[in-house]
Design a protein around this ligand. Structure first.
Ligand SMILES: Nc1ncnc2c1ncn2[C@@H]1O[C@H](COP(=O)(O)OP(=O)(O)OP(=O)(O)O)[C@@H](O)[C@H]1O
Length: 376
């Protein structure tokens, strides 16, 4: 068989992959509960506070987007969950996954969890794949790492997984090498490898950033399909608030190692409070750009995590900051289900942030994100 699987074939593969998925209960406590997570490195005698007290929860089958500029602590915070940081990292706080504490878990035990229950997909699929091995063999290897399946059964399963991630001509591609595939196809293969162990949580770290806008939307649609059909929870790490608006159920906006705004996507985009989040809205890539690099709309640079400014870390770049902001604002649930850390939130009493941005940013975000989605 060759070409794209038909919808019916895909349904069969999906059902085969996880027959119980559609009826999986998701309401018996969060899948992942992160509390006061902190990561500190010591670099050249300087202390780098990369993550400064991050908390969030993720339900089974939910998609959470962690959004922020480069260096805000998105990757470090998720690598900490998987025990993937170098020994120089001091990790404290708690991350309970299905009730089991991940922080401080011995490496041997963590190795068994990694890949099996939690899998990661990174930005550059070329680096995740072995260029000298056929893609089928790489998936078979991943399957056999987590099960005692025979080579023959694992090969059948690998083809199923390639169909599951909608790789065209899966049987033929099974025998191809990574360089014979496009960037989007390679990322589908990486996702197939990540799914080999049927993880409950998939962490996609800038998994679509290197792809063109159309392929990016297709990969995001695939992740949503896997999330909905297999019940896989997803943490999506991105610079792009537009992707979060289109695909995620929950959003954490990070700045300088902290969550500065946290809510369901619905609540957040209905009423963005934090000036930093509003500034990020302006950084949404435009569809007519050849690349999807972010527009440099936030003046200044994120702070050096080894020398954070006093008070609110966004203060030096914030156009509504006052002396009050020399006191660090605390992330609090100011409205049911909507948390922010700001003394001058938009939309509140004396709404300076909202007045200056004219409230247009929300419309731009959602509109732009929809176009990306629909254009796929
Ligand atoms: N091994 C390390 N030693 C020292 N500092 C580190 C180390 N790894 C990361 N950092 C620092 O931690 C901070 C957070 O990095 P992180 O990679 O999590 O940011 P990010 O938000 O994921 O950025 P990007 O979008 O660029 O990946 C950065 O200042 C980074 O320089």
């Amino acid at each position: 068989m060759s070409g794209e699987p038909t919808a019916r074939q895909t349904e069969e593969v999906l059902d085969l992959a996880r027959p119980e998925a559609a009826s999986r209960p998701s309401a018996d406590g969060p899948l992942l509960e992160v509390r006061d997570l902190r990561v500190r490195f010591t670099r050249g005698g300087r202390v780098v506070n990369a993550v400064n007290g991050l908390s969030y929860t993720l339900g089974a089958g939910e998609m959470l987007a962690i959004i922020g500029e480069s260096g805000s602590g998105k990757s470090v915070s998720t690598r900490a969950l998987m025990g993937l940081l170098p020994p120089s990292a001091q990790v404290t706080g708690s991350a309970r996954f299905e009730g089991t504490e991940l922080i401080g878990m011995p490496e041997k035990q963590m190795r068994a969890w990694r890949g099996a229950k939690i899998a990661m997909v990174f930005q550059d699929p070329a680096r995740s794949l072995n260029p000298t091995m056929r893609i089928g063999a790489q998936i078979v290897e991943a399957i056999r790492t987590h099960s005692d399946m025979s080579k023959k059964d694992a090969a059948d399963r690998a083809v199923e997984l390639l169909k599951l991630v909608r790789l065209p001509a899966a049987e033929r591609r099974f025998y191809e090498y990574p360089h014979q595939l496009s960037g989007g196809m390679r990322q589908r293969v990486v996702i197939a490898i990540a799914l080999a162990s049927e993880p409950r949580l998939l962490i996609a770290d800038e998994a679509t950033t290197a792809l063109d806008v159309t392929t990016q939307a297709q990969i995001m649609e695939l992740l949503v399909e896997l999330q909905q059909r297999l019940g896989t929870a997803i943490i999506m790490i991105s610079h792009d608030l537009g992707l979060a608006a289109s695909y995620a159920q929950k959003v954490v906006v990070m700045y300088a190692g902290r969550a500065v705004e946290y809510a369901t996507a619905e609540k957040l985009f209905a009423n963005v409070r934090m000036p930093y989040t509003r500034a990020l809205l302006g950084a949404i890539p435009l569809l007519d750009r050849k690349t999807h690099e972010l527009l440099p709309v936030i003046p200044g640079q994120p702070p050096d995590p080894a020398a954070l400014p006093k008070g609110c870390a966004f203060r030096p770049r914030c156009d509504v900051a006052t002396d009050k902001c020399l006191e660090p604002p605390v992330l609090e649930e100011h409205e049911p289900g909507h948390w922010w850390a700001c003394w001058h939130p938009a939309g509140g009493d004396g709404d300076t942030a909202g007045a200056r941005t004219g409230g247009e940013a929300d419309e731009v975000t959602v509109g732009s994100a929809r176009q990306v989605k629909d254009g796929a």
